[in-house]
Design a binder for this molecule. Structure first.
Ligand SMILES: Cc1cc2nc3c(=O)[nH]c(=O)nc-3n(C[C@H](O)[C@H](O)[C@H](O)COP(=O)(O)O)c2cc1C
Length: 435
């Protein structure tokens, strides 16, 4: 039923039990019907929900602790929404320790052959427990298709996949229900969801939710590969250890092949070894380390994207910040370009046979939000993993007093190596969605 009718039904019920309000009803109908007809489903849904859905009440402790939030806590939206896309709509669900996590992809055309070897190999690159520099949680992360596939091909119905959580240890997270981890989402989730959020393993805020993101991304990447577009990322920095940079204007298939050959996705193997040592030393000290992922997309035609709010930078950044731990993004010469003069930063244009190219690519393949046919190149900064085993200072939400916290459980000493396929997946979804 159109949501506007839910609202109208309630009004009509009230009117017919109160005959004195009949003239008022006629007036109301005259003025509101055109508005109701003009409202689309989404807006009506918001109206209906704002009448019906009250967020869970904040605990008294929350009120005492955070007076700046108390007036608005019951007025704020109280649901989690993890959706992205226009042409396709991906919706990610589940928590780190729920029976499964998953994704539904709406809008895929019928007749696409899904290559499961490609999908599973992509998933394996992100899966935990692969080596000594990632969390020792052991998950095989093989997606199970629930719907949308007939005889190995998409059938046009939403493609739904789940990935089972097999190795959860929820007891490790009992302390953080009361004492939020510094720089994780425990405190903000507690405020927003009134303490009803699932804290086990970070709940819906866990890096584990990037598994379904990678599943959706791998499918988009397969489709993109079929039309000559490819995406590859490498670790460009861990702490103060740097890899070689991609050549912004000339990055191509040969670079991708070289990066993909290495167990740790880097250009220079020597840098890769130094990065591995840096991560192991952080882990040995009960600490963590951050870094940067550099990503390139090649084979895109010129003319994709829109100005202002729907540009390719906006679309890519929007989904990249869906990867937990991502804290910054820049395109082309990015923040480095701020130190250059126009004559240094401008990408001069030339004819390459019948193709229009630029000699440099400080724009990162995007001008005015629209692709110019050069490689799209961007970098994503990831913070150090917040869950470290060194004792940290926090607060007890129940006692409203300062407290210390020693985090138990299995954590990545560095998010970056496992974030590399997540960045590629996010870029694949953004690009496919924009085509
Ligand atoms: C692949 C991946 C693995 C992650 N592993 C951990 C982890 O083991 N421990 C942890 O505290 N955070 C981990 N994170 C980061 C947190 O989920 C993230 O910092 C937290 O949700 C807060 O979000 P924000 O940093 O984007 O603000 C991981 C993120 C990714 C992408």
């Amino acid at each position: 039923m159109h949501p506007s009718y839910t609202f109208l039904n309630e009004m009509v019920g009230f009117i017919f039990h109160n005959t004195t309000t009949m003239p008022l009803f006629l007036l109301f109908t005259m003025f509101s019907m055109p508005i109701m007809i003009l409202l689309d489903d989404e807006k009506c849904d918001i109206i209906n929900k704002s009448w019906q859905c009250l967020p869970p009440a904040a605990t008294p402790q929350t009120v005492r602790l955070y007076p700046q939030n108390t007036t608005s806590v019951s007025e704020r939206s109280c649901h989690m929404s993890s959706q992205y896309g226009k042409k396709i709509k991906i919706s990610i669900f589940g928590q780190s320790h729920s029976p499964a996590i998953g994704v539904s992809i709406d809008g895929l055309p019928a007749g696409i052959n899904i290559d499961f070897d490609f999908l599973n190999a992509f998933m394996k690159r992100r899966a935990p427990g692969n080596d000594d520099i990632s969390t020792q949680r052991s998950e095989n992360d093989i997606p199970e298709i629930l719907s949308g596939l007939v005889g190995g091909k998409t059938c046009g119905a939403p493609l739904a996949m789940i990935i089972r959580n097999a190795d959860a240890r929820s007891a490790d997270y009992s302390d953080i229900r009361d004492v939020p981890r510094p720089s994780h989402a425990d405190y903000t989730a507690h405020i927003k969801y009134g303490g009803h959020q699932d804290t086990a393993g970070g709940g819906h805020f866990s890096g584990r939710l990037t598994a379904p993101l990678c599943a959706a991304g791998a499918i988009c990447l397969q489709i993109l590969n079929g039309i000559g577009i490819d995406i590859c990322a490498h670790i460009s920095q861990i702490g103060n250890v740097f890899d070689n940079k991609l050549d912004l204007a000339n990055v191509g298939a040969a670079d991708f092949i070289a990066i993909r050959k290495n167990k740790l996705p880097v250009i220079s193997q020597e840098s890769g070894e130094a990065m591995r040592s840096r991560i192991i030393s952080a882990s040995d000290n009960g600490d963590s380390v951050g870094g940067v992922v550099e990503c390139a997309a090649i084979g895109l035609p010129a003319g994709i994207g829109d100005p202002m709010f729907d540009g390719m930078e906006n679309r890519i950044a929007g989904i990249i910040f869906g990867i937990p731990g991502a804290k910054g993004i820049d395109f082309g010469s990015g923040f480095g370009g701020a130190a250059l003069s126009g004559s240094e930063n401008n990408d001069s244009i030339y004819m390459d046979g019948s193709n229009i190219m630029t000699r440099t690519n400080n724009s990162g393949g995007i001008l005015g939000g629209i692709t110019n046919g050069m490689p799209i190149v961007f970098r994503v900064a990831f913070k150090p993993t917040p869950s470290i085993s060194i004792e940290q200072r926090s607060v007890s939400l129940a006692r409203a007093e300062n407290a210390t916290l020693r985090i138990k459980g299995r954590h990545d000493p560095c998010i970056v190596p496992r974030a590399v396929p997540c960045v590629e997946a996010a870029a694949a979804i953004a690009l496919y969605d924009a085509l």
